[in-house]
Design a protein around this ligand. Sequence first.
Ligand SMILES: [Zn+2]
Ligand SMILES: [Zn+2]
Length: 284
Amino acid sequence: MPTGEQARLHRSRRARTLLSERPQAEPLLRFYLVLLELQSLVCEGMAVERWGNTVISPEEQAPRLRLEGLPLDELTPRFDAFCRSFTAEIPEPIYRAAQVVAAGQEQVRCDLLAALLKGEDVMPEARDLGCEAAALAFLPRAFLQPIAEAISGRFETVNNSVSGPRCPQCGWPPQVSVLADEPAAEGNRRLVCAFCATAWTFPRSVCPGCLVSGEEGLEIHVAAGELEYVRVESCNTCRRYLKSVDLRVNGLAVPLVDDIATPELDLWVADQGFEKITPHVLGL
Ligand SMILES: [Zn+2]
Ligand SMILES: [Zn+2]
């Protein structure tokens, strides 16, 4: 799987193709394309090697990276520039949050980055700043994601046979599941990390939300027609779901992008009372 700038170009090409094929996803895809553009600027002149050595765990156990150890003093000025780079073409609550964060004290920006890296929510900051929490949380996640991906790409996954429900590299939950024929296994299932985009092998029949399998676990929903390659895997036990992109049915799909480009599936499954294991970076 390509990493870093190459991966962003690959995602960007796929998003442009889907833009013409899936008009119902146009606002999300346009926003995503703006984000990919800004994320490639984040990575310019980045000290990935040095930061990677700071956060790599000395123990050979998951998660391999302790990203909460990233140097916030170096990242905060870059985060400021990132927040300033948005224009009014993105959704209004996020644009407003970006302006408020850019105009605030440096400590505000530092706290937001720290909260995201420690897995804390940003409710206190949202209250203080008068912003929507989801819009505010978008900013540090969108900024740090390419950094996490670049660092993660530098280090091999500890043990590819490890099949936990969390990313072996950074500890985040999965965004999307992928099915593909691989040399070692036909129809192999991998989960793709919602933060650093690492893909790791995970049993096909097990729910990554609660680890239940069998009838109490996953129910697979396959739509007929053009979306046949995007399955919805919902769990009868924890009532959560994620989508699974079947590359054997559509080899052109790019799972993280096709997840964003299929909002009608999220709306349909939410209507059935299921919650996504993790919303994607744009919030669905
Ligand atoms: Zn990860
Ligand atoms: Zn479950």
